[in-house]
Ligand binder design. Structure first.
Ligand SMILES: [Zn+2]
Length: 234
């Protein structure tokens, strides 16, 4: 595997006019490798634990990068223990301390109150990182903001703190809002190098079953799965 580089990260970013000024949704893809490879990333926003999905990944030995929030870890000690019991498969990374979008100003983002200032964004990232480190014993290398949208001014400060910004290239579940069959069909279209985003905090919604079905099918077709922190050189 060729190391993931900033250049690989910088392939593109979609500018989204969510309020004003425009926010960015960074695109992240894996660099070329010698066999078809994708990265499955799952957000544990505040919420519950989709054990059905996590067990399916464990049963099929499919690695994933899990972006956890502090509130999720507090509310789901059993889920956290499950993830930590499968460290060979699941890597815990930073989804923020309070699930505040790393966005300047006061306009809500998908209903979420933003951090608001650069200082508050740094606090959100730093405390989220500390919580992951306390739980797992490992300092996370990647940060994904709540709602995966960023004020452009926030990107450099977050990188200066030592984190890669975990964009994605394939949204599997649109915030865990899609039916299982739709989610599975989206994942079936994954191409070599895709970074797939889904959610592992909505066990009562059908999306998680679609993620499980989709990635199991991909694996049977020969797709390899990697975790973001196993990519070097960020
Ligand atoms: Zn989230």
């Amino acid at each position: 595997m060729i190391p993931l580089t900033r250049r690989a990260f910088g392939i593109g970013a979609v500018s989204l006019a969510v309020g004003s000024p425009a926010l960015v949704e960074p695109i992240l893809r894996l660099p070329p490798s010698d066999k078809p490879t994708v990265a499955l990333t799952l957000d544990a926003c505040p919420g519950a634990f989709d054990e059905r999905l996590a067990r399916a990944l464990a049963d099929n030995a499919i690695p994933a990068t899990i972006f956890v929030t502090t509130p999720w870890m507090r509310r789901n000690p059993t889920g956290l223990a499950f993830l930590l019991a499968h460290r060979d498969l699941f890597s815990l990374q930073n989804h923020g301390d309070r699930h505040l979008p790393p966005v300047l100003g006061s306009r809500t983002v998908y209903g979420l109150k933003p951090a608001g200032t650069l200082d508050a964004i740094r606090t959100e990232v730093a405390l989220g990182s500390a919580a992951v480190a306390a739980a797992s014993g490992e300092i996370p290398k990647w940060y994904r903001g709540a709602a995966a949208l960023y004020s452009p001014e926030a990107l450099a400060p977050i990188r200066q703190m030592g984190f890669g910004i975990a964009g994605f290239s394939l949204s599997a579940d649109a915030g865990a809002s899609l039916p299982a069959a739709t989610v599975a069909a989206r994942i079936a279209k994954a191409r070599d190098g895709d970074v797939i985003i889904g959610h592992v905090n909505q066990p009562l919604r059908p999306s998680g079953a679609g993620i499980a079905a989709g990635v199991v099918t991909l694996k049977r077709q020969g797709m390899a799965f990697v975790r973001l922190p196993d990519q070097t050189a960020i």
